[in-house]
Design a protein around this ligand. Structure first.
Ligand SMILES: Cc1cc2nc3c(=O)[nH]c(=O)nc-3n(C[C@H](O)[C@H](O)[C@H](O)COP(=O)(O)OP(=O)(O)OC[C@H]3O[C@@H](n4cnc5c(N)ncnc54)[C@H](O)[C@@H]3O)c2cc1C
Length: 277
């Protein structure tokens, strides 16, 4: 759901049509090259993308997203998308983890989940390979005055969690509940805030996505009143956990931001699944 501040919305004029009427402007595609590939854990790779076309690529809030366009089978490099052309088939949503504007670099953490153009590309990525990048799209407005923060999600949301943790002040308290395939995926999380991280294992059967998160959440019980919650994982699991938080654990609806990051059995799940249906 999008919110608008009426006070900040100028009245439509002939020179400035209403925002509703304006076609959504696509950001220009930026050509980037792989400069570094790091293995963080058996199923997580950090890939650094670099290119002069990243000039002006700025990220305002944590947990924002960008679109990456991957080569089609048989291509060594994706076609440059045309401004009004069709959407690239192999375009997927990823979190800009760290942006180093001075050297035109962005880091992206990829879950190697198996089939899919993004995961398959990341598993073989090597320096010199080319992608196109578009974005960024909006992120999460962190309430810096909140008494506590709770991040709940799976491995696909770990990069988003890292950006949120990096944005928290030293006075903040954050609980993190993360579902990964197994203990080999666990790693330290960095933040100025006081962080209490709890890792749960799903196992290699993706049809079980979210079950371990749900069980751990039920065991932990209701978060302290006023806690801000960012919940991001498989789409159906996100809906179940959102319901559990609001209907069983009594969390105020407005304190929960839900995001379906991927959907079991679905190719290229959309980037705007908030689970509010
Ligand atoms: C806002 C946002 C930010 C995101 N940031 C990141 C990020 O930084 N890093 C990251 O790794 N992912 C991230 N994702 C998730 C990523 O967009 C999806 O996982 C995407 O589907 C991967 O594309 P693919 O080509 O590998 O698979 P697809 O072609 O889209 O899907 C193929 C099959 O793989 C399954 N699948 C897809 N993703 C997963 C998964 N994570 N685990 C298990 N099975 C899966 C699908 O259900 C489908 O059956 C983000 C998603 C959103 C909406």
């Amino acid at each position: 759901m999008s919110t608008t501040n009426p006070a900040a919305t100028p009245a439509p004029t002939a020179a400035s049509p209403s925002p509703e009427a304006a076609p959504r402007k696509r950001r220009p595609p930026r050509r980037v090259q792989v400069t570094r590939v790091q293995t963080l854990s058996p199923l997580m790779r950090r890939i650094t993308l670099q290119g002069a076309e990243l000039e002006g690529f700025e990220v305002a809030d944590p947990a924002c997203y960008m679109k990456l366009i991957f080569p089609e089978p048989g291509q060594t490099e994706p076609d440059r998308p045309l401004p009004d052309g069709p959407r690239a088939k192999s375009m997927r949503t990823y979190t800009p983890l760290a942006v180093r504007a001075d050297v035109h670099e962005v880091d992206v953490d990829f879950v190697l989940h198996g089939d899919g153009p993004a995961s398959t590309w990341a598993a073989q990525a090597q320096p010199g390979q080319v992608l196109y990048l578009m974005g960024p799209g909006p992120g999460y407005k962190v309430a810096l005055d909140a008494p506590a923060h709770f991040l709940i999600g799976d491995d696909s949301a770990l990069p988003a969690f890292e950006t949120i943790l990096a944005a928290l002040p030293a006075t903040a308290q954050a609980r993190v509940l993360i579902e990964v395939v197994d203990a080999a995926e666990e790693r330290p999380l960095h933040s100025a805030a006081k962080v209490d991280a709890h890792w749960t294992a799903r196992g290699s059967d993706n049809t079980q996505a979210g079950q371990a998160l749900e069980a751990a959440l039920r065991k932990a019980g209701a978060p302290a009143p006023g806690t801000r919650i960012y919940l991001a994982c498989e789409a159906a699991a996100m809906r179940r956990i959102r319901k559990l938080l609001i209907e069983e654990l009594g969390v105020e609806r407005s304190l929960v931001v839900g995001r379906g990051y991927w959907k079991l059995g679905t190719v290229n799940h959309p980037d705007h699944d908030y689970g509010e249906d």
